[in-house]
Design a protein around this ligand. Structure first.
Ligand code: SF4
Length: 985
């Protein structure tokens, strides 16, 4: 009886649907029973041909909407009252539904197709084998189409016996089977009285059986599962086998995933009948993600993800190119999406880098980096272009068969062999199902060609079908059974836990049928909601009856936290069945509970109960546990004084290594020293460990790239202008100078090869827009013209010191700066100075162009901003001239101004040319420079001795710091530090 036999054999056991299908195959071989997938495809085609203004086209045509329509048609057929339903012809939506319905039926009939919903209706017209002896069992309140089918069988076969569950409780049973017989239907005596059968009837029931019913509400689903696990441990200790225990639940998927998290901590084996959509399988997701690349527009992240997938194996294990290389290069090439962007942006990036390489201003070390980058671009191009071309071949529209052929061709050209990439049994099963799905789609395609579809629509259809296919997990066949409430009908377990009986899950009464309102649905079946509710009650009672010795009924009651409240079915048990309160034990068998308990005791410095400690014989793990607790509770509190704060001073090897890397021969750039001054920890991550964030991709340019572009334009402009004229532009030169600036800017912008509205907006910011507004470069020119009569003349632009082989160099050697008052203390620096203006009295000023905010005098004085003072001193050393001021040239859409932050009041005729000046007051110019040198020296010494803790002041860079996600900076710790320092004072 376990086997399913041919539908026409007398000893066969089968379902009504399979029996009907067998009958059709046998007696009407010209008809073809089609699956739901083909039925949906036919509906999809019909909807695609629907007039754009129709109601259904306005809902949007997607696989989900098609499924909804199929479900609605299924219900209409099952109730067998199309005429009544479609008689609402004044309702335009119903009229349109009717048109679609008949169009669909007509395609079925033209092709001799029978779909699932029409099965019983068609089979009811077939004459079965007269000698058949049929027994029907387990069917309850059948739909009208099944009733008609049974009536036909009963009329035509030798014997037809129909058993169905019934008791005198109208809240559950209304169908007595009168539709099958004119004579009164006999009710067999109840040999298994259960108090549960009277539930929902309004009467209290006495529990006359020996079975105990325990009841309990919990504060969270996790607590509920943990308590059940602990109770199972107790029951098993008493001698029960795992196979004698079951857990029933209305929401099998979510409870199975919770159990999957909790039971391993208790060492409990389980098996669950839960299924998940095939689309959730990681290996299938990798395939779908690859196929989606063209339909999602060749997005950078999609391609990088495909290269990262271990299933697709798109990168050779020995390849020097990694997914990170692809990502980095694509970002540098400003690729966001678009096939053309992949083909044009990589060569453009190469051209830009080649230009930079051949520029005389590019230092030697940077040239080596550029060479490496160009090599990487070539490799990335070589691996991405063939794949992109293969993916492009998927794009043309075609029939389902054509798309499936293209997918197979893609897998074969990329050497993806689904049968070889399965690492686990489950993956193998998932891939087998994927392959079966493609075969079934192909078969359907041969039965019904259908219209041509666009590639993105094909991917949507494929995803929709993968969503509908279910694949089973956790089915070892051993251990505790985890099962859905509806599956418990006619099963028996000595111990049954019915859990998660919350209002959210039970009873589950579906909302309206798709596309229908309440009143429209009532025409189809006025009793639909009540029928659903009766069904839910029936299956709940069947589940209660599945336990033979002990029943545990539980739920979560946490309205304030999760909005979960007990189901009315739970309350029904509580109020009408004699129950015992279940007092669960703490989940002491759980390894996680034990570990948390041990950690809590150790952290709180209390003695733990040895019987609850984790059963870890391994002393290494215990030591690990202790050291972790110590890190959090001890080392990461108070002063920064441990390696966990980045204080590495006590590690001799590390300090020796740092001394080597950052010793006297090290040539520092000012930005590196500033980085240390603002946050030693980010310096450590970036310059000691060498961690780097991937470059951001902006639609136009990142703020940093925009700043570099402006530097470059202004340097070129002034270098050309001074070379040709010898003096800054005067008022009468304005037009010509502006023209020159425009030409340089347009050429620089063209090198990026970008376009689009955002790029036009950037251009307009820089160059202005006819007579409407001035661009920032024109405003810069006006500031320059206003100061043209001063004694200062722009003399050096983007000039370097400390770099070899650079065209615009003041000195290839770095500058050695001595620390005043410290015998033998000195360090070497190098850098690029945006602009130096010199005066005929032997003084000079240094300016740094800024496209955003710039540091203020206070930051210079606190040692956090070192650029101006160190560059002023370096230029003094290199040229013997006297520094008069350091300034920031703010070049921004909102403001163009030249502000002196650090200046020597002894040279009023030099500093008066700036648009604004900071308040130096009594501050001594030379002393600020010396103080900055001392700050830089202190930083260097701290680097050498391994001090890399987070800042002792509140971190102001966290919003844009690349390391914010791994940073352990805590403002509360800093506040505490400040308080204890205040107390000491
Ligand atoms: S977030 Fe702040 S404290 Fe943390 S690394 Fe970045 S700059 Fe330093």
């Amino acid at each position: 009886m376990n086997e399913e036999f041919s539908a026409l054999r007398k000893d066969a056991v089968t379902t009504p649907a399979r029996f009907a299908a067998g009958l059709l195959r046998q007696k009407s071989p010209g008809l073809l029973l089609i699956d739901e997938m083909l039925a949906r495809q036919i509906l999809y085609d019909i909807l695609q041909d629907t007039d754009k203004g129709s109601i259904f086209a306005r809902f949007g045509i997607s696989p989900g909407k098609v499924s909804d329509l199929f479900m609605l048609f299924q219900e209409i057929r099952a109730y067998q009252n199309e005429n009544a339903f479609f008689s609402q012809e004044k309702n335009p939506k119903i009229a349109e539904l009717q048109r679609l319905y008949f169009q669909y039926q007509s395609i079925l009939s033209q092709n001799n197709f029978i779909d699932g919903p029409s099965l019983f209706g068609r089979a009811a017209a077939i004459q079965p084998d007269k000698n058949l002896c049929l027994f029907v069992y387990g069917v309850r309140s059948p739909y009208p189409d099944l009733q008609i089918f049974f009536q036909n069988l009963k009329r035509n076969v030798a014997s037809f016996t129909y058993y169905h569950p019934y008791t005198e409780n109208r809240k559950i049973f209304t169908d007595r089977g009168e539709w099958l017989s004119d004579s009164p239907v006999p009710i067999l005596p109840d040999t298994h009285y259960s108090a549960f059968l009277q539930l929902f009837s309004g009467e209290k029931s006495g529990n006359r059986s020996s079975m105990k019913v325990f009841i309990r509400e919990f504060r969270s689903p996790k607590e509920e599962v943990e308590s059940i696990a602990q109770e199972i441990i107790r029951l098993v200790d008493e001698g029960l086998a795992y196979s004698e225990i079951a857990i029933g639940t209305p929401d099998l998927s979510s409870v199975t995933s919770l159990i999957n998290n909790v039971f391993p901590q208790f060492g409990l084996p389980f098996t669950s009948s839960a299924t998940i959509p095939l689309s959730s399988s990681p290996v299938i997701q990798a395939f779908v993600q690859l196929l989606e690349i063209p339909s999602r527009g060749y997005r950078r992240e999609d391609l990088v993800e495909a290269y990262s997938s271990p299933y697709l194996g798109l990168l050779n294990a020995n390849s020097p190119v990694t997914p990170i290389t692809v990502d980095k290069i694509a970002r540098e090439a400003f690729i966001i999406d678009g096939l053309s962007s992949w083909t044009t942006s990589l060569p453009q990036l190469t051209t830009r880098l080649r230009d930079l390489f051949s520029s005389p201003e590019t230092p030697e070390y940077r040239r080596k980096e550029i060479e490496r980058e160009i090599q990487q671009i070539e490799m990335v191009s070589a691996i991405t272009q063939p794949i992109l071309q293969h993916l492009k071949s998927l794009e043309p529209s075609g029939t389902l068969q054509k798309h499936i052929n293209s997918v197979r061709a893609l897998f074969s050209s990329l050497k993806i062999n689904p049968s070889k990439i399965a690492g686990t049994v489950q993956e193998g099963e998932d891939l087998r199902q994927f392959s079966t799905l493609l075969c079934e789609m192909e078969k359907n395609s041969s039965l019904y060609r259908g219209r041509e579809i666009e590639y993105p629509d094909f991917v949507k259809i494929l995803k929709g079908e993968l969503q509908k296919r279910r694949t089973q997990r956790h089915r070892t066949g051993q251990g505790i059974r985890v099962i859905g409430i509806r599956e418990l009908q006619d099963q028996k377990f000595p111990i049954l836990f019915l859990m998660d009986l919350t209002n959210e899950r039970l009873p589950y009464v579906p909302g309206h049928l798709p596309y229908l309102t309440d009143s429209e649905e009532m025409v189809l079946n006025p009793d639909m909601k009540r029928m659903n509710l009766r069904d839910e009650r029936f299956y709940f009672i069947s589940a209660l009856c599945a336990s033979t010795r002990g029943l545990y009924v539980t739920c979560t009651n946490a309205p304030e936290k999760d909005g979960l409240i007990p189901s009315p079915f739970f309350r029904e048990i509580q109020q009408n069945i004699p129950t015992l309160e279940w007092i669960p034990s703490p989940p002491e068998a759980s390894t996680r509970f034990r570990q948390a308990y041990a950690g809590k005791c150790l952290g709180g410095r209390t003695l733990p109960n040895p019987s609850i400690l984790p059963e870890i014989a391994d002393p290494i793990r215990l030591a690990d546990l202790l050291s972790r607790i110590n890190i959090e509770y001890f080392h990461r509190t108070g002063e920064y004084d441990s390696p966990f704060d980045g204080v590495l001073c006590e590690d001799v090897e590390i300090c020796a290594c740092l001394d080597g890397r950052f010793g006297d021969e090290r040539i520092y750039s000012v930005s590196v020293l500033e980085k240390y001054a603002s946050c030693p920890f980010s310096f450590y991550l970036n310059h000691v460990l060498g961690l780097e964030a991937l470059p951001d991709v902006e639609i136009t340019l990142s703020p940093a790239d925009k700043g570099t572009l402006i530097h470059h334009i202004l340097a070129q402009f002034y270098a050309q202008w001074i070379h040709e004229r010898g003096t800054p532009p005067l008022a009468e030169d304005r037009d010509r100078a502006l023209q020159q600036l425009r030409l340089i800017t347009e050429k620089e912008l063209a090198d990026f090869g970008k376009d689009g509205p955002a790029w036009d907006a950037l251009k307009s910011d820089l160059l202005g827009m006819g007579g409407y507004h001035k661009g920032i470069l024109e405003r810069f020119l006006d500031v320059e013209i206003a100061r043209a009569q001063s004694r200062l003349c722009p003399a050096f632009f983007e000039c370097s010191f400390g770099f070899e082989g650079v065209g615009n160099s003041i000195s290839p050697e770095p500058v050695t700066i001595h620390v005043k008052g410290e015998e033998g203390a000195s360090f070497k620096i190098r850098g690029f100075i945006d602009r130096v203006d010199v005066s005929d009295d032997g003084t000079f000023t240094i300016s740094d162009y800024k496209a955003g905010n710039h540091p203020k005098l206070s930051e210079i004085m606190s040692g956090k901003s070192l650029q101006l003072p160190l560059y002023l001193r370096s230029f003094e050393i290199l040229t013997g001239k006297k520094a008069a001021a350091g300034a920031y040239y703010k070049i921004h859409r909102k403001e163009v101004s030249h502000q002196a932050e650090l200046y020597d009041p002894a040279h009023p005729q030099v500093i008066e040319v700036f648009s604004a000046r900071s308040r130096m007051g009594d501050t001594c110019f030379d002393e600020v420079i010396e103080q900055s040198i001392r700050s830089a020296w202190t930083s260097i010494q701290s680097i050498r001795c391994g001090l890399f803790h987070p800042p002792k002041d509140p971190c102001e860079s966290s919003a844009y710091c690349d390391f914010r996600k791994i940073c352990r900076f805590s403002k509360f710790r800093v506040l505490e530090l400040g308080e204890s320092e205040g107390g000491d004072d």
